[in-house]
Design a protein around this ligand. Structure first.
Ligand code: SF4
Length: 397
């Protein structure tokens, strides 16, 4: 091994977090901040500095195994498309200089939000090596988009998609959400129909979750006595607040599975559907509890059971990196088995039964309840288990 190769970080998956958004959506609890775009130049410098120092700061970690297949690189957020081409250029050049993450022949994804890039910018990103775009469309219904607090309308989302195609992206994911306030099953059917007309290679469909600390949490949870946490709404209260009932939510999910699989999409993860060969390799690595490095504020890393993360606060992250300190919090070593199980069960193929040693009682109960089944040496969720995934996962936490 040459000296120059020794100083390179070898590994299959890299995540780069871009924590900027034009405005904060009302349901969002991700590490993302609105109104801080003035920090982007400095933030990108910090990200590059962290990439260049990865090997030094992680010297005590075991080396990352070489990826069996393609390397994957994922720019997530936040809204990565708030960065300009010069920022992506800087980060990608740094990766090429200081790491063994190979850009060519890799899956290089970027999350993108309608209204934050035009065709020229998208062309530049494509030329820089980004070959998969994940577009946060969420809905094609203007009323629902407004309720969610999105910055774009349906027309803008559709134009963004066509601009991405015209810019040369031939691997596009659309994110859609269901169980939105005021959304009917017919509204959801219309959203899926529109998505199918666009014919993306990949679709992620998520039910709205009301997360603590968001404006939706204030709106859609019960007020409570001062020292008690607000609680999620009961069925009756969901109806009063115009949130679809749990039955309607289940119907929406089932409709999505039936419609998308009938249209030729491979349902490979609870919420994810892909045209053949277009599954997201980066996320499959997460669900297999694989190794990955995270760079940027709030980014998480996992190496052979050791987990660590960077601070969520942009300023804290940048100041640590600027003073040549590792921004890492941790690492902590945890028993990887529960994570391997509940991440792996998200995949429709499930995971080998050998991972369930010590959980025999839980497995028996889940099989008896019709939530889990054995197939080809794997345990996997049944159709009923897909609908009630949380009941399964909580057994292994
Ligand atoms: S665009 Fe995405 S990351 Fe940004 S606030 Fe909305 S949901 Fe959150």
């Amino acid at each position: 091994m040459s000296a120059s190769h020794e100083s390179r970080v070898a590994g299959p998956s890299l995540y780069i977090h871009i924590p900027f958004c034009k405005r904060k959506c009302d349901y969002c609890d991700f590490v993302s901040y609105a109104g801080k775009e003035g920090l982007i130049d400095k933030y990108v410098e910090a990200v590059c500095r962290e990439i260049a120092a990865l090997t030094r700061w992680r010297l005590t970690a075991p080396p990352l195994p070489e990826g069996e297949g393609k390397n994957t690189i994922f720019f997530g957020g936040g809204t990565p498309t708030l960065l300009g081409p010069k920022h992506f250029d800087k980060i990608i050049s740094t990766l090429i200089r200081h790491s063994s993450f190979v850009i060519r022949h890799s899956e290089v994804s970027a999350e993108a939000n309608p209204g934050t890039a035009d065709k020229t910018k998208l062309q530049a990103l494509r030329r820089l090596g980004i070959n998969r775009l994940s577009i946060g469309a969420q809905s094609f219904n203007d009323t629902h988009l407004k309720t969610l607090g999105r910055i774009h309308g349906a027309k803008q989302a559709i134009k963004f998609y066509h601009d991405a195609r015209a810019a040369g992206f031939d691997n596009i994911n659309l994110d859609l959400m269901f169980a939105l306030p005021g959304q009917t099953l017919d509204d959801w059917k219309a959203d899926l129909q529109k998505a199918l007309e666009l014919n993306p290679e990949h679709l992620s469909v998520y039910n709205l979750k009301i997360e603590e600390g968001t404006p939706f949490w204030e709106r859609f949870t019960q007020p409570s006595p001062a020292n008690l946490k607000p609680t999620p709404l009961s069925q009756r209260e969901r109806v009063i607040h115009e949130l679809p009932s749990e039955d309607v939510e289940a119907d929406m999910y089932e409709y999505a599975i039936n419609t998308l699989t009938a249209a030729g999409y491979h349902h490979y993860e609870i919420s994810n559907f892909a045209q053949p060969g277009k599954e997201c390799l980066h996320n499959i690595n997460y669900w297999r509890n694989g190794n990955y490095l995270g760079v940027g504020a709030g980014a998480h890393s996992h190496l052979e059971g050791r987990r660590w993360s960077n601070p969520n606060c942009i300023e804290a992250y940048m100041s640590r990196v600027a003073s040549h300190e590792s921004p890492v919090v941790g690492p902590e070593t945890r028993d990887p088995r529960p994570e391997t199980i509940f991440l792996g069960l998200r995949l429709l193929d499930g995971i080998p039964t050998k991972h369930f040693t010590g959980f025999e009682k839980e497995v028996d109960e889940l099989i008896k309840d019709g939530l889990l089944e054995e197939k080809n040496g794997n345990y996997k969720l049944t159709r009923r288990g897909l609908m009630l995934g949380n009941l399964v996962f909580e057994k292994f936490v």
